[in-house]
Design a protein around this ligand. Structure first.
Ligand code: NAP
Length: 288
């Protein structure tokens, strides 16, 4: 079986790497804060001291870091993946990052005979834990097909959307749809409370009707229970909305709904909630 190197063992990466270990892949691990790898190392993953060490030994390198700047750091430069991986290696960036950076990685990888995919995900911490992520892929068809058996260990809805960057563009569509939906979910729950209804009972009705959404089913119960742990960090959501707005601006496409959501989330972050889960937007409406 191919040796997989996994970089970035946070909320998402740790669960994803665990599925690969359980599937029997030899797994090399590296993440910025080593303590976050301890469980996986006990379960059989092998720690690598640097990105370069990991990249030299892996047949496939998967990255799930935080921001585009983190992606740049692990891929480029002397100690980066592209400088150290062998020709023929597959590299898959699953971080939510920019389409432009995905294209740069693809081009730089190609020069070295390395095969690159962008493959961001949706489905949250639950999807990562359960191996039921939606995976949106950009890159060459033959590379996609070669990597698909690995991606199938992580997700259940895996679609190649086009060439390099198409996965990240698709993820932006996902985030645009979620952004205004989060406002709707919070406002519906705040209204239910103010109207003297039992919001959990309201959810029994509306989560299964035309208003149904992943956020309504999974995040509304968390906000109503006062559970604001991430999940999906407010700070990462703001990062995604910024990327989507910048891309839309380049395409001359005004997105006022997304702009409003970004503004509300930025205010939330300024109020000290940047490391909370995105369901913390509810605090704007109801004192938790
Ligand atoms: P996270 O918990 O912050 O995990 C990111 C991990 O990458 C952290 O452990 C971080 O190290 C590590 N890292 C960052 N830069 C690194 C570097 N240069 N070298 C090595 N390791 C590095 O975030 P997450 O929730 O797993 O999300 C990861 C990505 O997936 C983000 O782009 C996010 O937008 C996206 N995403 C998240 C969700 C979700 O529901 N959580 C869903 C879909 C997509 P430290 O521990 O030292 O910070």
């Amino acid at each position: 079986m191919k040796t997989i190197g996994f970089i970035g063992l946070g909320v998402m990466g740790k669960s994803m790497a665990r599925h690969l270990l359980k599937a029997g892949y030899p797994l090399l691990a590296y993440t910025r804060t080593k303590e976050k790898a301890e469980d996986l190392l006990k379960e059989g993953a092998v720690w690598k001291e640097t990105v370069a060490d990991l990249a030299r030994e892996a047949d496939v390198v998967i990255t799930m870091v935080g921001y585009p700047r983190d992606v740049e750091q692990v891929y480029f430069g002397e100690g980066g993946i592209l400088e150290n991986a062998r020709p023929g290696t597959y590299v898959i960036d699953m971080t939510t990052s920019t389409p432009t950076l995905a294209q740069s990685i693809y081009e730089a990888a190609k020069q070295k005979g390395i095969h690159a995919l962008d493959a961001p995900v949706s489905g949250g911490d639950i999807g990562a834990r359960e191996g039921t992520l939606t995976i949106m892929v950009g890159g060459d068809e033959d590379v996609f097909l070669a990597c698909k058996p690995i991606l199938e260990r992580l997700g259940t809805n895996i679609v190649r959307q086009g060439g390099a960057g198409a996965g990240q563009h698709t993820k932006m569509c996902n985030q645009i749809a979620i952004a205004t939906n989060m406002i709707g979910v919070c406002e519906a729950m705040a209204y239910a409370k103010r109207a003297g209804l039992d919001p959990f009972k309201v959810l029994e009705s509306i989560a299964k009707g035309a208003a149904g959404s992943w956020s309504l089913s999974n995040l509304a119960p968390r906000m109503l229970s006062g559970d604001f742990a991430p999940g999906f960090y407010v700070k990462h959501f703001i990062k995604d909305m910024k990327i989507a707005l910048e891309e839309a601006e380049r395409m001359n496409l005004p997105l006022p709904g997304l702009a409003l959501a970004k503004q509300l989330y930025e205010e939330l972050a300024q109020a000290g909630e940047e490391n909370s889960g995105t369901q913390a937007l509810y605090k704007r409406y109801v004192k938790a």
